[in-house]
Design a protein around this ligand. Sequence first.
Ligand code: SF4
Ligand code: SF4
Length: 715
Amino acid sequence: MEVSFHEEIKALQLGDGEVFHGEGILAVTKALLQSGVTYVGGYQGSPISHLLDVMVQARPYLNTLGVHVEACTNESSAAAMLAASIMYPVRGAVTWKSVVGTNVASDALSNLASPGVMGGALIVVGEDYGEGASVIQERTHAFAMKSALWLLDPRPNLPTIVRMVEHAFELSEASNTPVMMGLRIRTCHVQGSFVASDNQAPHISSVKLQQTASGFHYDRLAHPPATFKHEKLKYDVRMPAARRYIEAAQLNEFFEGPLSQLGLVVQGGLYNTLIRSLQQLGLADADGNSQLPLMVLNVVYPLVPEQITRFCEGKQAVLVLEEGQPEFIEQDIATHLLRTGSTTRLEGKNCFVMGGEYNAEVMVKGLVSFLTQHAPHTLAPQGSAYSQSLATLRQNAVTALGGGVPPRPPNFCTGCPERPVFAALKLVEQQVGKLHISADIGCHSFATFEPFSFGNSILGYGMSMASSAAVKNFSSQRPVAIMGDGGFWHNGLLSGVSSTLLNQGDGVLVIMKNGYTSATGTQDTVSSPASESKRVAQGNSATVNEMTIERTLEGMGVKWLRTVHNYRVAQVRDALQEAITSPFKGLKVVVAEGECQLERQRRLKPMRAKQLAQGLRTVRTKYGVDDETCTGDHSCIRLSGCPTLTVKPSRDPLKTNPVAHVTDGCVGCGLCGEVTDAAVLCPSFHKIEIIQNPSWWDRLCDHINRWVIQRLQAA
Ligand code: SF4
Ligand code: SF4
C-alpha cells in the first residue's frame, strides 16, 4: 500500500492531556491503545479500513508497546483471534465491515460467545448501512441477539466514542462476553477532538511473554455438554451482569427537555441527525438542547429494563428512532411496557419507513408524524412545511438544470487494468454469444454497470466460482466466474477452486490479479508485489518472496492455466475464447495480470515529481483522437468505458455526431489503442509523449519533425 499514515501514527502516540484532533475511526484506534490491548486484528472494508491500515503501518511503534497487529486473510480468521481472550486475561480487538464480514465471521463468533471471555474482547464493525452503503441491507443487531454479544452504537462525538471503547473492555470483562461496537459511516468520519490519555502497554504481550500455557478447562470449550451450561450462563449470569454494568457506568445517556410528557428513544449513532432534524422543527437549539427528553442508547443490546421503565414513566407517548429492519429495539421496549402494564403509548416504525437510512429528511417526516398525533401545538408552521419546501427546492433545481441529473454509476478508475479484460470479454461475446457471468465482490463488479453490464449473480466475496457450480452443469455454454486476487485469498481458493477440483467441474475462472485488495483501499494480499512499506512492516530489508496465485493453483492440480497481460486486449480475448470453447474438461483458469492503476499512480506521482524537481528528463504518455479521422460512431467508448474517453463537438460541419475526445486525465494505459486494434475499429487513436526537461536529442528530433510536417503541409 503506497498511502502513508505518518500523521495518523503521530496522533496515536499522544500522551496524557494532549488534544487529539481527527476523525472518529482514528479516535477508536487511539482508544484501543489507551485501553491496553494485547492484540489487534481484522479484515479491511468500509468504513473501518482506516483502523487496520493505520495499525499495520504503525507496527514499529506498536512493537515497542508489545501490541501484536495481524492483517487477517478474512473476517473468520479475525474473529478466531479473539480465542486468546477466552483463556488469558488479555484484551484484544478485531475489526471488519458488517454485515457481510459478520456473516463470514459468524461461525467463530458463535463459538466465542458460547464460552465467553476472560479478557476484554471488542469487535469493531463498520455498520455499512444506508445511502452510502456498499453491501446488503441487513443489521449487525441480529447477530448480537442470536449469539448474546453486546452491541454498542456510540453517539458520533469523539469523547463519547473514546469513552465507549474504554468501557467496552470493562463491560466485556464484567460480563465475560465479547462486545461489538457498530460504527456507522458518519460515526467513522465525524471530525472532532478529545483529551488523550497515555497508551497502556499490556501486561501480557509480545514483549512480556506469558510463561505458561493456560490450564485445561473443559467448560471453556464450545463443545457439548459445556455448551448447555453456557446457554444458562449467557442469560442467567452474563446478561444481568452486563445490564448492571451499563446502568452503573451510565453508558446510555439521558437528556431532559421541557416537553416532559413525550420522549424519544434513539440509537446513539443517530443522535446527530436527530438533533439536526429537531433544529429544523424548531425543537432544538444550536447547542443541541432538545425540547423533547431523549434516551440515547449507546448500548443498543441488551437494553436495561429499569432504564426503559424510568424513562417512560408518566409519559403520554414515546417514539423509538431505530434505523433498519426489523424493529428489534422497538419490539423489545414494547414487550417490556406490555409486561409492566405501562400506559405510555409506544410509537416507532408506524411513523417511519421500515427500511433505509434515517437521514434528516426521513427523520423530520417521522417526528412530524409523531408530534401531529401527540403534541400538534409544538409544530411551528415552517417545521411541518419542511418536506414541502424540500420538494419545491428539488423541483426548482430540476427546472434550472433543464431536467433531472442523469444517473452516474460508479466506474473503474482511469486506466484500471480490469477494464481491458471486460472489453475483451465483450469481443468474445460477439463471437460465442451471450455468456453467463458469475460476478464477485471487488473493483471488477463495476463491470456490472454500463458499458459492460456483465454479471448474472453476486453471492459474496470470493464466491463467484462456487456460484457457477450448478449453472455450468445445465448450460450448453460454459459460464465464466470472475474473481479478484483479494477474493481469491479471502475465500475463493477454498469455496470455489477446491470445490470445483473435488467435483471435477468443467468451469472457467478469471482471476483479476491486480496485486492488492483494491476495492477496500489497496491493502496487501499474500501475493502482493514486495513493496517498501511491506518490507518495513515485516522488519525485513530483503525482498519478500512472492507467493503467486499461479503456483498455488498448479500445486492444487489445476492443469489448464493461462496468464495474460490485461492491456494486450487481443491476447486476453483469445485466452478467454479458448477457455470457453476448449475441448479440455476440467477447471480452466485465466489469470489476468495488471497492477491496480490507483496504486501504480500513487507510486509514480512522487517519483515523477522528484525527477522534475531534479531537472531530469520525464516522459508522460497519453492518447489522443484525431478528430478529422473519427467518424463519431463511438464504438471505442462502448468497448472501453474509460472516463477520460469522452465526446466533443466536431469541427467538421458535415459531421453531425460529436467526435471522440481524450481529456487530460488520460494516464496513457493504452487500452483505447488496443481496443481499436483488437476490434478492428478506426485508426483515429494516436499516442502522445509529453516530454518535460527534454534532452538535446529530443529537441533535435522535434525540430526535424516540425520541419518535415511544414514541408508536407506546404506540398
Ligand atoms: S482501485 Fe485499482 S483495480 Fe480498482 S478500479 Fe481503481 S485501478 Fe481498478
Ligand atoms: S483514454 Fe485510452 S489510454 Fe487514456 S486512460 Fe483512457 S483507455 Fe487509457
